[in-house]
Design a protein around this ligand. Structure first.
Ligand code: F1P
Length: 345
């Protein structure tokens, strides 16, 4: 979809409706609220999409792990479209959530999936294929960035439908910049590889982020857990002082995902809390200059581009960090222990 947008064929985002298949117009028009369900990495994509849906389309949005969806009561509101995100389209909890949503009478199911012949694609009403190609490793990486791209364009389509053409244009313009911005993000790899050496002998790590970058922190910590087996947690930066600060000492590396706006207020004081306790602090920031002026921590500049795509771009260095830590620790990055490509039980 981004490629077609780049070619100028569908600058208004109409490519999405073409991609969804029959019945799309009606279901998208009727949607008054989104209920996103997914597991693992795909769930983190959903958390970012919630920010986009509410910010740019004014569309109320809930996000839930698929493994919990069927274990609670639902107050189903009319016009709630279920958006199911899954790389494989075979995750058992995801399929169970889809079927439960039908039983409960939700308005319809839109699938964001990478595998055209999957059970999820067969069972959904509408599908947006991410076309990322096969994931070679078990842990999702490119699936995540393509899911986010699909979700960004989906929100652009909703923004137009909900009378927000400027937001739609902002999202489409940002999406068009994604390929170049991702290439620039990958170029930080050498610096990240150097940084990885400071994690290799650690037992724990902490990731912090705010707003749409909190799910990015969650994804960074999940990747580190999945492929390097280091225990990692992610917290919204403001939650640090409500408990996890007790864990911070000179043995605890702390990664802060800190785009420019976040630096201006609260995050800055949270970072100082970490520093004061001797925690090793690494800040992935898109405005390194602002941080350098205060000093005391290692800054990795991330050229993040316009606001809507900043979470997508900030994900890449964290994926690279997990990768390089795993390589240094000698784990099998493609086939991590205890993890299946699709969890079908
Ligand atoms: C969900 C997921 C992945 C994770 C691993 C296990 O898969 O939790 O995020 O990396 O592969 O499954 P999916 O539903 O997106 O295929």
């Amino acid at each position: 979809a981004v490629a077609e947008t780049l070619e100028g064929r569908h600058a208004d985002g109409r490519v999405l409706e073409a991609a969804f298949g029959p019945g799309a117009e009606q279901l998208l028009d009727q949607a008054e609220r989104l209920q996103i369900v997914a597991c693992g990495t795909s769930y983190h994509a959903g958390l970012i999409a919630r920010f986009w849906a509410e910010t740019y389309a004014g569309l109320p949005c809930d996000v839930e792990v698929a493994s919990e969806f069927r274990y609670r009561a639902h107050a189903v509101t009319p016009g709630t479209l279920v958006v199911v995100i899954s790389q494989s389209g075979e995750t058992a909890d995801v399929l169970a959530a889809l079927r439960e949503s039908r039983r409960l009478g939700y308005a319809g199911v839109l699938a964001i999936c990478n595998v055209p012949e999957s059970s999820l694609v067969r069972e959904a009403d509408l599908t947006l294929l991410t076309r990322a190609g096969p994931e070679i490793g078990v842990a999702s990486t490119k699936a995540f960035t393509t899911q986010l791209t699909a979700l960004l364009l989906l929100v652009a389509a909703f923004a137009r439908r909900r009378g927000r053409p400027q937001s739609e244009q902002e999202l489409v313009r940002a999406a068009v910049q994604l390929p170049g911005a991702l290439e620039r993000a990958v170029a930080v790899e050498a610096q990240v590889a150097e940084l990885a050496e400071q994690f290799v002998d650690r037992a724990h790590a902490l990731f912090l982020g705010r707003g749409a970058h909190y799910p990015v922190a969650l994804e960074g910590s999940l990747k580190l857990k999945e492929i390097s087996y280091i225990h990692a947690e992610a917290y919204p930066a403001g939650e640090l002082k409500h408990g996890p600060l007790a864990l911070v000492d000179d043995g605890m590396p702390v990664v802060a995902v800190a785009p420019r706006d976040d630096l201006l207020d609260k995050l800055q004081s949270n970072l100082q809390e970490v520093r004061a306790r001797g925690g090793r602090l690494f800040v992935f920031a898109d405005d390194a200059a602002a941080l350098r002026s205060t000093g005391g921590y290692q800054v990795l500049p991330v050229p993040a581009g316009p606001d809507p795509i900043s979470p997508v771009i900030h994900t890449v260095p964290l994926q690279l960090l997990a990768y390089h830590v795993a390589v240094l620790r000698g784990t099998d990055v493609d086939k991590p222990r205890n993890l299946a490509k699709s969890v079908t039980v």
